[in-house]
Design a protein around this ligand. Sequence first.
Ligand SMILES: Nc1ncnc2c1ncn2[C@@H]1O[C@H](COP(=O)(O)OP(=O)(O)OP(=O)(O)O)[C@@H](O)[C@H]1O
Length: 277
Amino acid sequence: MEEKKRRTILNVRDLHVLVRTQEGLSTLVQDINFGIEKGKILGLVGESGSGKTVTSMSILKLHDEKNTEIKGSITLQGRELNGLGNSEMRRIRGRDIAFIMQNPMNAFTPVFTIGHQFIETIQSHTSLTKRQAKELAIDVLESVNLPNPDNLLKNYPFQLSGGMLQRVMIGMAACLKPSVIIADEPTTALDLHSQLLVLRLLDKVRSEYGTSILLISHDLGVISELADDVIVMQHGRIVESANVIDLFDAPQHEYTKKLLRTRPSLYSEKQPYTYML
Ligand SMILES: Nc1ncnc2c1ncn2[C@@H]1O[C@H](COP(=O)(O)OP(=O)(O)OP(=O)(O)O)[C@@H](O)[C@H]1O
């Protein structure tokens, strides 16, 4: 138990998120408890509107501060994040907790080259010179199997496909060796071939760097392939939390059963999708 506690990198306890509306305070998520151990992937599933993004945004403290209240504890390697100021959170985002979003195009500024943005990200979190940062960027792009990294750095975001951009994004996230990556629907906007490449890459990052990953998806195929443990959300609460095999073999909650039933091929075969990673 102590050993497990020690290996838990990100720990969320009694998270409640409230938003101020014209009608008063409204609860978006409540009683959220989970931990992610080093090098593990925790899948977070649930229908649209169940509170997945609200949960991840709370960890990164990306909510509109004026109208949102975050209660509970969020610790990263034992350090409490809830209550930290903006400048400290800015340092943590990217360096300690990286974020990969659904639409990679939104993660890049259209008017700057990939190289400019990649190098700037590296330099803002390290003391590397521009030349060293460029070398690191090239190494990283090679490691995510993108061809001609030197040329690619000169491209603008619109010159790359969604799948390529997402791989650049993962490379950028991984090169600072964060302890946690939050990937919010990282494959949803991609074609099947790119989905496979992106999933393979996330798995590689976890195994090579020991990064812990919070993988948010509504796609149970993606979750079954990558996650070690899964939490299921409905209406802003966690309704089930289990090891991935147990969840697929013997779902306990009615909502989880319903989610699995909406994937008949998964459920009837009683075995997860195989993406042939
Ligand atoms: N700032 C806000 N003000 C009011 N309601 C909000 C705010 N942000 C989120 N919500 C509501 O909170 C609920 C949870 O939203 P959230 O985006 O976390 O769902 P989700 O599970 O990530 O869904 P999706 O898969 O569609 O992204 C939704 O009903 C959403 O409308």
